[in-house]
Design a binder for this molecule. Structure first.
Ligand code: SAM
Ligand code: SF4
Length: 370
C-alpha cells in the first residue's frame, strides 16, 4: 500500500513552505499584502513555477522531438522585467516559493538577474531552479550569490549509452559533476529528478536510491506523463506507477519511514541511516492533487492552473496592454477560481481529450513548463 506521506523533509528541504504567516521575510515587509490566492476547494497557492524559455540544449525523448518544437520568437517570451513584476504581484498574494524551469533555464542569458530579482522580492522565501545540469558549472557560484536556494538536476540514467538514447546528446559526466558541484557549494536543497521508465531505467532504481545514502539530497522519481511530443507514452510500454515504485522502495529499505513535514504533492521517505530522502511523484496517477499549491506560468506568459488543463490566461498580453497590478491580481484569481478539483477533472474539461500532437497547441513539457 502507498502510505500517504503528509510531509516533507526536515527544515530546509520541504517543498512546501511553512511559518510565513505575517507576510515578512527577513527584513523586508511585504508591501500591501493581499488575500492569498485560493480556489473553491480551499487550496492555497503559494508556489509559482515559471518557464523562462522553451529552448533546450537536450532533446529528451519524453519531452521534445529531435527537431525541437515550434520555438517562439524572443519577443513572445516574458522579459526579465515582466517576470519579476509577476513575481512581485504574486508575493503580495502570499506566494513564497519561486521555481525557474523551462525548457532549459540556463540557456537564458539573464538567468542570474532573474534569480537575484526573485530572491530580493519582498515576501519570496526561496528561489529554485530545475536544470538538466549541462551548463550548471558556468553559473553555479553566481547563482548561489544571487540567492538561489534549491537546485533540481535531472538525470535518468548512469549509463552513457542510455543517456545518449534518452537525451539524444552527450553529457552524462557533466550532469554527474553538476550534482556534486551543487552539493559542494552547499545549496540548501539539492534534488535529482528521475523520470522512471519501465524497461529503460527501472533496473537502475537502486543506483538512484543509493544516492540518498551519503548525500544530503532528495532523489525524486517522477511518473512518466503524456507530454512527450512523439507519444511514446501512448504505447504504455514505459509507464511505471508511483504506487509500484513506493512498494519496491519500501521492500528495498526495511524501516523506511515517511519523512516528517508539511503536506506535499509527493510521497517522501527517508531510509534508516540515509543522509538524504527519496520522493515519488504521482505526476500521472494524480493521487495527491488535493495538496496542490502550484501556479504555472508558461514561457510566453500564460497562466496555467493545472498541468492537465489546456485553459490558459493571457498574462503577457495583459501586461503589454498597460494592465495594472490589480488587473494581474484579478487574472490570477480568475484562473484559480476556475481550477478543477484534480488533474482528471481538468483533463475532462479540456477541449483536447486525447493528447494530440497536431491539435493540442503545446506538444511538449518545454512549452508548458516542467
Ligand atoms: N530542462 C530542465 C530539466 O530537464 O530539468 C527543466 C525543464 S524539464 C521540462 C523539467 C522536468 O520535467 C525534468 O525533470 C524532466 O525530466 C521532466 N519531464 C519532462 N517531460 C516529462 C514527461 N513526459 N513525464 C515526466 N516528466 C517529464
Ligand atoms: Fe530539455 Fe529538460 Fe525537456 Fe530534457 S526534459 S528536453 S533537458 S527541457
Amino acid at each position: 500500500m502507498v502510505a500517504k506521506s503528509r510531509t516533507a523533509i526536515n527544515a530546509g528541504q520541504s517543498d512546501r513552505l511553512e511559518g510565513v504567516s505575517d507576510g515578512r521575510v527577513g527584513e523586508h515587509a511585504v508591501e500591501a499584502a493581499l488575500p492569498p490566492l485560493q480556489d473553491r476547494f480551499g487550496r492555497t497557492f503559494d508556489y509559482v513555477r515559471i518557464a523562462v524559455t522553451e529552448k533546450c540544449n537536450l532533446r529528451c525523448t519524453y519531452c521534445m522531438p529531435e527537431e525541437g518544437v515550434d520555438f517562439q520568437g524572443k519577443e513572445k517570451i516574458l522579459s526579465a522585467e515582466e517576470t519579476l513584476r509577476t513575481i512581485g504581484v504574486l508575493a503580495r498574494m502570499g506566494v513564497r516559493k519561486v521555481r525557474f524551469t523551462g525548457g532549459e533555464p540556463l540557456v537564458r542569458k539573464d538567468i542570474i538577474e532573474l534569480v537575484a530579482g526573485a530572491a530580493a522580492t519582498p515576501g519570496i522565501k526561496s528561489v529554485h531552479l530545475t536544470t538538466n545540469g549541462l551548463l550548471f558549472d558556468r553559473y553555479a557560484e553566481r547563482l548561489k550569490e544571487a540567492g538561489l536556494t534549491g537546485v533540481n538536476i535531472s538525470l535518468d540514467t548512469f549509463d552513457a549509452d542510455k543517456f545518449l538514447k534518452i537525451t539524444r546528446r552527450e553529457g552524462l559526466d557533466k550532469v554527474l559533476d553538476s550534482i556534486k558541484l551543487a552539493l559542494d557549494l552547499g545549496f540548501p536543497r539539492v534534488k535529482v529528478n528521475v523520470v522512471m521508465m519501465r524497461g529503460f531505467n527501472d533496473t537502475e532504481l537502486r543506483n538512484f536510491t543509493e544516492l540518498a545514502r551519503d548525500n544530503r539530497l532528495t532523489v525524486r522519481f517522477i511518473e512518466f506523463m503524456p507530454f512527450d511530443a512523439h507519444q511514446i507514452w501512448e504505447t504504455g510500454v514505459h509507464f511505471t506507477s508511483a504506487e509500484s515504485l513506493v512498494q519496491q522502495i519500501e521492500g528495498m529499505y526495511p524501516g523506511i519511514r515517511p519523512a516528517p513535514g508539511s503536506r506535499t504533492e509527493h510521497h517522501i521517505f527517508q531510509a534508516p541511516e540515509h543522509a538524504g530522502k527519496i520522493a515519488i511523484i504521482p505526476a500521472f496517477t494524480r493521487s495527491l492533487c488535493g495538496n496542490c499549491s502550484r501556479i504555472r506560468v508558461t514561457a510566453d506568459g500564460s497562466i496555467r492552473n493545472c498541468l492537465y488543463s489546456d485553459q490558459e490566461y493571457g498574462l503577457r498580453d495583459l501586461m503589454r496592454n498597460d494592465g495594472s497590478d490589480d488587473d494581474i491580481v484579478g487574472l490570477f484569481r480568475q484562473a484559480f477560481e476556475q481550477k478543477e478539483k484534480d488533474g482528471f477533472e481538468a483533463k475532462k474539461a479540456s477541449s483536447v481529450q486525447q493528447v494530440d500532437v497536431k491539435n493540442i497547441g503545446r506538444t511538449s513539457m518545454t512549452q508548458i513548463g516542467g
